[in-house]
Design a protein around this ligand. Structure first.
Ligand code: SF4
Length: 353
């Protein structure tokens, strides 16, 4: 897939932009000052596949907590700060790897310069995070809450940093409206060479937010736009990572096992939903590009799932294992899961060797 070439920006050792993979990130939901809880959640999120983790920094206690947190986790951390430039300075001194702050919101030029100088000294990037719901007054007066307004807001904040010779920048232009978000990112990708952090903000619950994010982010990623993504859902951030991985994997932008399964119909003669859920749970632990099919019947199953590397089509009291669309052997119904897993493991070993 063709991807827009952007400037490469490092968040600790993770490159964002250029021709690098789209980076998955999420945000903790703990109070950052609750150090133990925060560290535990960061480690859980990192293990689940979040390459970068962002934390909300609300006050000095949160900013001070970064020191110990940084000492005890490996994944790069981002401090999410609104308005208070002093919090940005403390976080940078405490070893944070990136700061999300909008320079236009932190007061006069002297304060912006203090933050910029500190980020230059520590070699950490700044993400300008435009949010459709909180555009500056001078922007909304002229453009309203529109994609153009979001772009103009981004240009305003970028200019403030560039005037101070700071270009270690990442930009996001999030809105809860898919149309506005997509248009804003399209315009930003034409306007800037800086890497883009994609997101649909306040997307909703696990179900509705997943659909909304998949449409919005899917359109952009399909067009080659986006260097890092955060799926925002009103649920455990672990789910955000799962959705992000699936989204990227569906577009061939992330290496992860794929599962193909039929919707079932009147031809089904076994408990396929149970089997497919168990197989999916198993595949989640595997690092491979394998595509596995779990199909409802042997009449159409192998044919419908030709693209799969390995598959199974259940029937009455037995199932057919197929490899590369061709039937390999019959297995008993109560052995279907174990036999399929055996074949998956044989395939993975061959694939690696
Ligand atoms: S594979 Fe068989 S059970 Fe599944 S939808 Fe197709 S025909 Fe129906």
């Amino acid at each position: 897939m063709r991807r827009e070439q952007t400037k490469k920006v490092y968040v600790k050792d993770i490159p964002i932009g250029g021709s690098n993979n789209v980076v998955i990130q999420t945000m903790t939901t703990t109070k950052t000052k609750n150090i133990e809880e925060t560290i535990s959640q960061i480690n859980t999120l990192a293990t689940a596949g979040s390459a970068i983790v962002r934390l909300a920094i609300l006050d000095i206690e949160d900013a001070n907590a970064i020191k110990e947190i940084k000492n005890r986790v490996n994944v790069p951390l981002v401090a999410d700060i609104h308005f208070d430039y002093r919090l940005a300075l403390i976080c940078a001194d405490n070893g944070i790897d990136k700061i999300r702050i909008n320079p236009g919101n932190i007061g006069n030029k002297d304060r912006i310069k203090l933050v910029v100088d500190k980020c230059l000294e520590k070699a950490i990037p700044i993400r300008i995070g435009i949010n459709g719901g909180s555009l500056e007054k001078h922007i909304t007066q002229k453009y309203g809450v529109t994609s153009k307004g979001m772009l103009e807001s981004a240009k305003y904040h970028v200019k403030l940093l560039e005037e101070l010779n700071f270009t270690n920048i990442i930009i996001s232009l999030k809105s809860s409206d898919i149309y506005k978000t997509v248009e804003a990112y399209r315009m930003a990708s034409r306007e800037f060479n800086y890497p883009l952090h994609l997101g649909i903000t306040e997307a909703g619950t696990l179900f509705s937010g997943t659909i909304k994010s998949s449409i919005g982010l899917g359109i952009l990623l399909y067009e080659g736009i986006g260097d890092t993504i955060r799926v925002s859902l009103s649920t455990d951030p672990i789910e955000e990572i799962k959705v992000a991985k699936e989204l990227l994997s569906s577009l061939g932008l992330y290496k992860k096992p794929k599962i193909i399964s039929c919707p079932t119909c009147g031809r089904i003669q076994y408990n396929m939903f149970d089997l497919v859920n168990k197989v999916e749970a198993y595949l989640e632990k595997i690092d491979s590009n394998i595509t596995v099919a779990v199909m409802g019947c042997a009449v159409n199953g192998p044919g419908e799932a030709k693209a799969a590397d390995i598959g199974i089509a259940g029937g009455k009291k037995e199932g057919l294992i197929f490899v590369g669309g061709k039937i390999k052997r019959k297995v008993k119904e109560n052995e279907m899961y174990d036999e399929l897993i055996k074949e998956i493991n044989i395939y993975i070993k061959k694939d690696v060797s």
